[in-house]
Design a protein around this ligand. Structure first.
Ligand code: HGY
Ligand code: MN
Ligand code: MN
Length: 412
């Protein structure tokens, strides 16, 4: 029996081909969840799964997984990630994990290997949460962490679309019930999206867990007024309150120090005119920390500051949690297998937490889960210039192949 070989050409051809779906004229990709571009990507992925002879399953929130038959039945060893992107996405965030999973299966097929346990590869709906919050929505419903009906009723962040209607529109409301399948193990390859592996010249990250994530929307209502005639003491400036919240978010991150981070990704004021005191402001704050106690402290500190600023300015404040996930630890045995598989191939490897959220964090409470990181050039991601070298992707794919074969077992 020949040994399975990862083919760089096959893998890169698929990455390039999927990258053409939603390609932006200046480079990069935009495949926001449930858009026509997301549908095109899904259709392409399903066709690849069918070409590989996989049994394709689609569940009620549009998660797609292909299962390779094996000597035995039962829950599969699952690989996966996502193919939706942020609006300024790159070729690799999510797509690398799904397409490396396909490549692992292609390599097993080419080598004629039958596994004892089934192997599957999945693409989860709306991992990014950019168009519909929260993130990791599909995997969250798949693993019972998020309520299906609530998610189907979610309104897009631009206020235009309803999740369930968009899912039906693109034809990916599938028959498989939510929370109806937990794999025997879950393994996700992902680009690091940070600077560590590249700076330390390390080829593989054996990911130990995912930090806690807190997304909050702040809506401030004040009073529009003339920029020239209105004394400062008479203003109800919604924009000024939003700015104070944004400055406080950043101050908290600097005060707490690493790994605390904060991001004000959305900052809208209305009417948005040079000579009008803003009547309305909407901002979002993304807070993250590996320590949930500190994350809670950061959330409370920011909320207190926001309320005080709104009161002092005579503005109203409405807040809404868009996402809240506690930190997650991955399975020690599986993390050790990733480390050992890298070392066996003479690849440099280090353990590290993930700063980004991932579908794997939804599986961790229910089955042994872990992740394989490969380096991101200049640590860039959620950026059209996101890049990972082919050699690094192949190295990660080989590690994934070895761990998957170890877990699925080779039929004699
Ligand atoms: O926000 C995140 O960490 C992920 O990209 N959804
Ligand atoms: Mn991702
Ligand atoms: Mn992402």
């Amino acid at each position: 029996m020949t040994r399975p070989e990862i083919s760089a050409n096959r893998l890169m051809a698929r990455i390039k081909r999927l990258g053409e779906v939603g390609a932006l004229s200046g480079g990069g990709v935009c495949r926001l969840a449930l858009t026509d571009e997301d549908k095109q990507g899904r259709d392409l992925l399903v066709s690849w799964m069918q070409e590989l002879g996989l049994k394709v399953s689609i569940d009620v929130i549009g998660n797609i997984w292909g299962t390779r038959e094996a000597e035995q039945g039962g829950p599969p060893i699952m690989m996966g990630s996502h193919i939706d992107t942020v609006a300024t996405g790159g070729l690799y965030d999510g797509a690398a994990g799904v397409l490396v999973g396909l490549e692992v299966i292609d390599a097993l097929n080419a080598a004629g290997i039958k596994t004892v346990r089934p192997v599957a590869v999945a693409a989860f709906t709306n991992e990014e949460g950019a168009r519909f919050a929260p993130d990791m929505m599909g995997s969250g419903v798949h693993q019972g962490a998020l309520d299906l009906d609530m998610m189907l009723a979610t309104v897009a962040t631009d206020g235009d679309a309803v999740f369930g209607e968009e899912l039906n529109r693109i034809g990916y409301a599938g028959p498989v019930p939510a929370a109806s399948m937990t794999p025997a193990a879950y393994l996700e390859l992902h680009v690091e999206q940070g600077p560590v592996l590249e700076q330390e010249r390390i080829q593989i990250g054996a990911v130990t867990g995912v930090q806690g994530i807190s997304w909050t929307e702040y809506v401030i209502e004040g009073q529009s007024n003339h920029a020239g005639t209105t004394p400062m003491s008479m203003r109800h400036d919604a924009g000024a309150v939003a700015a104070e919240i944004a400055v406080e978010a950043r101050r908290i991150a600097v005060d707490f120090g690493p790994p605390q981070v904060s991001t004000v990704g959305v900052f809208e004021v209305s009417p948005g005119l040079v000579n009008v005191v803003p009547q309305f402001a909407r901002i979002t704050v993304d807070l993250r920390n590996t320590d949930d106690t500190l994350l809670i402290k950061a959330e409370q500190q920011l909320m207190a500051r926001a309320k005080a600023a709104a009161d002092a300015e005579g503005c109203t404040l409405k807040t809404r949690s868009l996402a809240r996930f506690a930190p997650v630890a991955f399975d020690e045995t599986l993390v050790a297998k990733v480390e050992a598989a890298a070392a066996a191939r003479q690849l440099s490897v280090r353990r590290m937490p993930s700063g980004a959220g991932h579908d794997a964090q939804m599986f961790a409470p229910n089955c042994p889960s872990a992740m394989v990181f490969v380096p991101s050039e200049a640590g860039l991601s959620h950026n059209i210039n996101e890049h990972t070298e082919e050699a690094d992707l192949v190295a990660g794919a080989n590690v994934l192949l070895d761990v998957i074969l170890d877990l699925a077992g080779e039929s004699k």
